[in-house]
Write a protein that binds this ligand. Structure first.
Ligand code: GLA
Length: 747
């Protein structure tokens, strides 16, 4: 009986029609399409003196990158080109590809609308061209053909430098908020047989290591998710050698680019099935689906790129010329030589220690003294790195006479005075951490991890912006005539989150970086003259975003002469020498243990902004002869380092020698640096360096610096530019870490 009942119940259940408990009811609707607006076909040429980017507007409004490279005299010839409607991969060559429509590649723009949909198809609306001295700006307005999403692509073409600077403005013209899932600054479409990508990776004390690879199909991504110290892992820059698998300093077509952003970034290189390459550059979308309210505009950071027809060297010179004139705060101006207290004194000093260091600095002919970490904190004195950050008052037991006393001593010796701060950070052992726990970057209920015993302050919070600005401002008031601030930032963001942003956590990474720039902008309004060094455990913030406000960077915490050769070489591929803080330190080197001759260390440091970072009282008399000579000669030629054109003569990655030279714009003066970085026996005969960038018809006197006996047979004689450039210059650099610096002057 029981069995029969069970069978009956089962039979009834099976007979019932399936009804999901929460079935979605799709409303009956008729699919209505909006017609894609038709526009007049046109070309938009964006030209510099030696390059041309041609954008093509198709009849259906699509904007395509038709060409980037050599100038094209009549770009309207592109008008005949059609759209490939057989293109299953979407719209190849789109100048700013958006997710949706036919496009299925990596998007520059990906918008999620309030109704949950993801399709955007941009069509051309209009464009305007304006100009100012040396620069022509083309702004192109695009619009989605269904929603009210609008995009403005802005290209600044720097004529003489052959540099394009692009940014994008995204306007939510609709009535509901949208979310930006991808929002690149730029998209660059290239067409070549091969692409050799050169980029830069690193870690603390091994900043800016160069790496090259031939791009295969699909995607290569270079990204930072570090929040702060964004460039210590990867740098937001690259070079692409086209139609080759070899890196060349002097020949071939090279596109180089750098993103001006100090936060999370993403560069992607997507090689499609037609072997064409789409390069996207912008803020990393990692945890940053940015909400854009109705009526608001999001402005992306700028992407800077150039096209060279003379290898990597030409690309670097274009970027450097642009950077000195437009991209670096105070770019191209000579910054003072200095003695920095860090490696010479670390946290352990008294007023006496510092006065003695200043006296020595003045005696050596240096021009500034910089007091590094360790000068602040009383309740939590900064005697090591586990306390004091956040409490920016002068430590009265170390420096009872205060900073004013030190600065006025420096000034009385003819030295400028600089000081270190790390205003974005806080040690848990500080009054600040106790007073404002809500200012610390954190995520509810989670451990706030420490790095170097410190936490990060939440610059997405305007109150923290004010606080950070206040630190800079008050430090400037510590003494009349503070000439230089070293702004440090010694850890990455982890357990990210902002108590201030509440439910808007998606904004954290972007707003942090914008908060940093807000502070820097205020600083520059109030203190236009102060020299600011941007440091982040060395090279953790080497990018053109920070350099808009900072005169120089601390290239790396690694001051070993040999390590610096590699890092300075790689940095020079994208950034000009005027930004490179390079210091001579003691041996064995504190980071690597390596021992290199004092002159080698000087000859390396003199290729950037020269400084010393050691305790000068330990110099022997013999050392002082070298030191005084090197500093004096540097002052004779440093205008070339700061403002000349760089030519790299030999790569440290290729062999035993490294060489570079800086040439004045009129080609009448040059300084040449040469180094032996791996042992080469006397018996093999030395290295011929082919100089570059000289005037082949001019005659130059060639004088080696800082030595009694020159290592070149031709020293102090006069040679024609063509002789020097085509094979006669062969200084004998036989021994490991031998080096020589030559000054060339046209007669
Ligand atoms: C960082 C910087 C160094 C030095 C120390 C001070 O590591 O990169 O140059 O200023 O901090 O703590």
């Amino acid at each position: 009986m029981h069995m029969r009942l069970t069978a009956l119940v089962l039979a009834i259940i099976l007979a019932l029609p399936y009804q999901p408990s929460q079935a979605r009811k799709v409303k009956k609707f008729v699919h209505q399409t909006v017609a894609v607006p038709q526009v007049e076909k046109k070309v938009i040429p964006i030209e510099t003196n030696n390059t041309s980017l041609v954008l093509l507007v198709h009849q259906n409004g699509q904007l395509e990158t038709a060409h980037y490279g050599a100038p094209i005299s009549h770009p309207e010839q592109f008008l005949g080109a059609g759209v490939n409607t057989e293109d299953y991969n979407g719209f190849r060559g789109a100048s700013y590809p958006a997710t949706g429509g036919r496009y299925i590649g990596e998007p520059a723009l990906h918008v999620k609308y309030a109704d949950g949909t993801h399709n955007t198809e941009l069509y051309y609306v209009s464009h305007q061209v304006t100009s100012r001295e040396g620069c022509v700006t083309t702004a192109i307005d695009l619009k989605d053909y269904v929603t009210e999403l609008q995009v403005r692509l802005v290209y600044d073409a720097y004529l003489a430098e052959d540099v394009l600077v692009q940014h994008t403005e995204i306007l939510n013209g609709g009535k509901a908020p949208v979310q930006l899932l991808n929002y690149a600054s730029s998209s660059l479409y290239l067409d070549a047989d091969d692409y050799l990508l050169t980029h830069f990776y690193g870690a603390w004390a091994t900043d800016m290591q160069m790496e090259s690879e031939v791009l295969g199909h699909d995607m290569k991504v270079i990204e930072s998710r570090r929040g702060t110290q964004a460039t210590q892992g990867n740098n937001p820059s690259f070079l692409l050698s086209l139609n080759t698998r070899e890196f060349s300093e002097t020949s071939g077509e090279v596109v180089a680019g750098a993103l001006a952003w100090s936060g999370n970034f993403r560069l992607s290189f997507e090689k499609d099935d037609a072997h064409r390459l789409n390069v996207l550059a912008g803020i990393s979308p990692f945890s940053s689906a940015y909400p854009l309210a109705a009526g608001n505009t999001f402005v992306t950071p700028e992407m800077i790129y150039t096209y060279s027809f003379s290898g990597a060297g030409g690309a670097s010179r274009n970027l450097h010329r642009w950077a000195r004139k437009y991209g670096v705060y105070g770019g191209g101006k000579v910054n003072p030589t200095l003695l920095n207290s860090w490696e010479g004194a670390y946290f352990t000093f008294t007023t006496e220690t510092l006065l003695r260091m200043m006296d020595d600095a003045a005696g050596m002919g240096l021009e500034m003294f910089v007091l590094d970490d360790g000068w602040f904190g009383n309740d939590y004195p900064r005697n090591n790195d586990d306390a004091g950050l956040g409490d920016w008052e002068v430590n009265v037991s170390k420096l009872p006479e205060g900073i004013e006393y030190l600065a006025s001593h420096a000034h009385s010796k003819g030295l400028k005075f600089g000081i270190w701060i790390e205003p974005e950070m806080v040690n848990p052992r500080s009054n600040l951490a106790q007073a404002h726990p809500e200012w610390v970057v954190q995520s509810p209920g989670r451990e706030i991890y420490q790095g170097r015993n410190q936490w990060v302050l939440d610059l997405s919070n305007p109150a923290v912006e004010d606080f950070v600005f206040g630190i800079f401002d008050r430090t400037m008031q510590l003494a009349p005539g503070i000439d230089y601030i070293k702004w440090d930032c010694n850890r990455v963001v982890q357990s990210f989150g902002s108590p201030y942003l509440e439910a808007d956590q998606d904004k954290f990474f972007v707003d942090y970086c914008q908060g940093l720039y807000n502070v820097m902008r205020r600083i520059r309004e109030k203190y236009p003259q102060v020299i600011v060094q941007c440091c982040s455990s060395g090279g953790g913030r080497v990018d053109y975003g920070a350099l808009k406000y900072c005169n120089e960077v601390w290239t790396s915490d690694n001051t070993d002469g040999l390590s610096r050769v590699y890092m300075q070489y790689a940095t020079s591929l994208i950034y000009p020498a005027c930004i490179m803080g390079s210091h001579v330190s003691t041996v064995p080197n504190h980071q690597t243990g390596n021992v290199t001759p004092l002159k080698f260390r000087f000859d390396v440091a003199c290729a950037g902004r020269l400084g010393l970072e050691l305790q000068p009282k330990y110099f022997t008399e013999q050392d002082r002869i070298t030191v005084d000579r090197c500093i004096a000669s540097y002052k004779q030629y440093r205008d070339l380092v700061f403002g000349g054109d760089l030519y790299r003569l030999a790569s440290p990655y290729d062999g035993s020698y490294y060489g570079l030279m800086y040439v004045s714009p009129d080609k009448r003066r040059a300084v040449v640096f040469t180094y032996c970085i791996h042992f080469e026996p006397r018996t093999v005969g030395g290295k011929v360096f082919r100089l570059q960038g000289l005037d082949s018809q001019l005659s130059y006197s060639v004088v080696e610096q800082n030595v009694d006996n020159s290592c070149w047979w031709g020293n102090s004689s006069t040679f024609t530019g063509d002789f020097l450039m085509n094979g006669g210059f062969n200084p004998t650099l036989y021994g490991l870490y031998t080096s020589a610096v030559f000054l060339l002057e046209a007669r």
